[in-house]
Design a protein around this ligand. Structure first.
Ligand code: CTP
Ligand code: MG
Length: 584
């Protein structure tokens, strides 16, 4: 605490100068992007970066958010528009079918509009006046979806002085913009919150994700009329970065449920069905047919791959209009439950998301994570590592999963395939943490903690919030929170783990160095988080590493020892346990 007080005092004149410079730069940046999108993003994000302990507004349950978003998506249509379109005329034309609740435009190989009607009947009304396209050279497969193409009957009738539609951005900021924002931030805490604001999914992007699932549900509904396609993973767990993939789960559980309570008397009616030898084969058959369907009839679905022999069989495809890379699975209810758990952790304290986003961006900048499957660490594993680290603080910032289970009531009880997935779902009933550590301190300590973690013998376990002996010999062992016999990072190789450890140590060292020698804002030098993130920094770190014989130099180790000693003096040590190298 004492050390933080000194840090704040010494920073004060610097902060004052920074905020003076910040205003004109912000103005310049909003002019470069779309103003409306920036303003909307500001409004939305400002709500999300309040701390859990400060923000007293009741937070919605995960299931409530899912239900609301799903209903919203069912009233929504996606329209490919001509490039120059008058927003006013467009809305007037569509309003013939009923009042519009919300709309926005975005660009992705053409101009698209997402239009949410107030009532679902408006969608049917629009569909009833829509014709199948007439093709000159190709033939069309007729499919009445909610994805339309709008054409101008007479393009020359659209006067050029009409104000055209403003587009909402669906991508993260350029490195240059990010560099400017981070350099002019007032503190490292401010940098982490800025990064969160810039990279988190926008309201529009979230709507587009739910809409895409809803459009896929229409296609799957041709085979399974009562199915539901639900998003899960980072699209809904509050840790998604703009550009992240869209994980979908084809839920067929609702189908059989109707019969259960509608039977009467001594009769029990069952559907005649085809039997297959196992649940896995059923999953493979269902996904195979849905994959074919997406490939042949799904408007905008391209590059469909059926990956049916994976541990969790899936269909991967690109949804061209939204730009999302989609992974469709079925029988994956546990993953939906872990998305709910992560959503709760993300909402409990604002520091959680800020720290996770920074660690995800840091890992990406250093190629620790990749969009290609391989021996890399994944974003999901990194998120669990941050949650674990925050459970280990003193006092803890996040509760353990076991504790969340003790708070659960009868309605929260959830057993899936024999796995106990019970935890409290109403996050307003969880007491906020009394821990007041700054993000700056947490970032530094995260790197230090995992730079010295005994990966060779210990497993990371958020259920109990403490290290456990590794049950198997994978280099990195992170227990799946619900399927406790599974290791979510089984794919990670020793060399990738060592790269993570080396970079964590170097990052801790860089932050420690900058504590003593922070560049002035007028020097335009990257500082704090910017030093750790920018590609130039990643490259220089790589170059420095190439020159070194040992992965981590003695100098860094010594410095880390001294950091540890000083942090122990400031009583920030969380567990008092000794640390050993990752090398077996
Ligand atoms: N999942 C899991 N076990 C794994 C991998 C994934 O339970 N070994 C579940 C998690 O719930 C995860 C979801 O599947 O959130 C989606 O996986 P993935 O797309 O890899 O991770 P995301 O959390 O969505 O992160 P990203 O932004 O990288 O897509
Ligand atoms: Mg994902």
């Amino acid at each position: 605490m004492a050390a933080r007080g000194v840090g704040l005092l010494t920073l004060l004149p610097l902060c004052a100068r920074r905020s003076q410079v910040l205003r004109p730069i912000h103005r310049l940046l909003s002019r470069a992007g779309t103003v409306a999108a920036d303003v909307r993003r500001e409004e939305q994000s400002s709500g999300s970066v309040e701390t859990g302990s400060e923000d007293r507004t009741p937070k919605k349950k995960f299931s409530e958010v899912q239900k609301e978003r799903r209903e919203q998506a069912q009233r929504t249509v996606l329209i490919h528009c001509p490039n120059k379109i008058s927003e006013k005329k467009f809305l007037k034309y569509l309003s013939q079918h009923g009042p519009i609740n919300n709309h926005f435009f975005y660009e992705s190989f053409g101009l698209y509009a997402v239009v949410e009607f107030c009532q679902q009947e408006s969608v049917a009304s629009l569909q009833s006046v829509t014709r199948a396209p007439s093709m000159d050279t190709e033939a069309a497969i007729p499919f009445r979806s909610r994805f339309f193409n709008l054409r101008l009957k007479n393009p020359s009738n659209q006067p050029s002085e009409q104000p055209h539609a403003q587009c909402s951005s669906q991508s993260s900021p350029s490195s240059k913009k990010l560099f400017e924002l981070l350099c002019y931030a007032e503190s490292i805490d401010d940098q982490l919150n800025t990064l969160l604001k810039e990279f988190q999914l926008t309201e529009e992007n979230t709507r587009l994700r739910y809409l895409t699932c809803s459009l896929i549900e229409d296609i799957a509904g041709a085979y399974f009329p009562d199915c539901t396609v639900r998003p899960f993973g980072s699209s809904v767990n509050s840790f998604g970065k703009l550009g992240c993939d869209l994980d979908m789960f084809l839920d067929l559980d609702e189908i059989g449920k109707f019969s259960a309570h509608k039977t009467s008397g001594n009769f029990l009616m069952e559907f005649q069905v085809k039997n297959v030898p196992s649940e896995r084969i059923a999953t493979q058959k269902i996904l195979s047919v849905i994959g074919e369907c997406l490939d042949h009839f799904g408007p905008g679905c391209v590059g469909v791959q059926k990956i049916l022999n994976a541990r969790c069989p899936l269909v991967r495809f690109s949804h061209q209009a939204s730009g999302f890379q989609c992974d469709l699975t079925t029988n994956n209810r546990i993953a939906l439950k872990s998305s709910e758990l992560l959503y709760i952790y993300g909402a409990l304290d604002s520091r959680v998301r800020a720290l996770v986003f920074s660690i995800r961006c840091w890992a990406r900048a250093h190629s620790l994570t990749s969009s290609i499957p391989g021996a890399w660490i994944t974003n999901f594993s990194l998120t669990i590592m941050v949650i674990f680290f925050l459970q280990r603080r003193s006092p803890p910032i996040l509760p353990t999963l076991d504790y969340l289970r003790t708070l659960a009531d009868a309605e929260d009880k959830c057993i899936i395939e024999g796995h106990n997935c019970t935890f409290i779902r109403d996050l307003n009933r969880i007491k906020p943490s009394g821990n007041t550590e700054t993000l700056e301190l947490l970032l530094k300590e995260f790197f230090e903690y995992f730079g010295n973690f005994a990966f060779n013998k210990n497993s990371i376990n958020i259920r109990q919030g403490r290290e456990q002996n590794k049950p198997e010999s994978s280099p990195l062992h992170i227990q799946n929170p619900f399927e406790t016999s599974l290791n979510i990072s089984k794919n990670v190789s020793q060399s990738q783990l060592q790269k993570f450890v080396d970079l964590a140590r170097e990052s801790a060292w860089i932050l420690q160095q900058q504590d003593q020698d922070r560049p002035s804002p007028s020097s335009h030098q990257p500082w704090g988080l910017a030093t750790l993130l920018l590609p130039s920094v990643a490259n220089s770190l790589c170059l420095a590493k190439k020159k070194k014989k040992k992965p981590a130099s003695e100098r860094i180790k010594n410095l880390l020892e001294s950091i540890k000693r000083s942090s122990a003096e400031n009583s920030t040590d969380t567990n008092g346990e000794s640390t050993v190298s990752t090398q077996p």
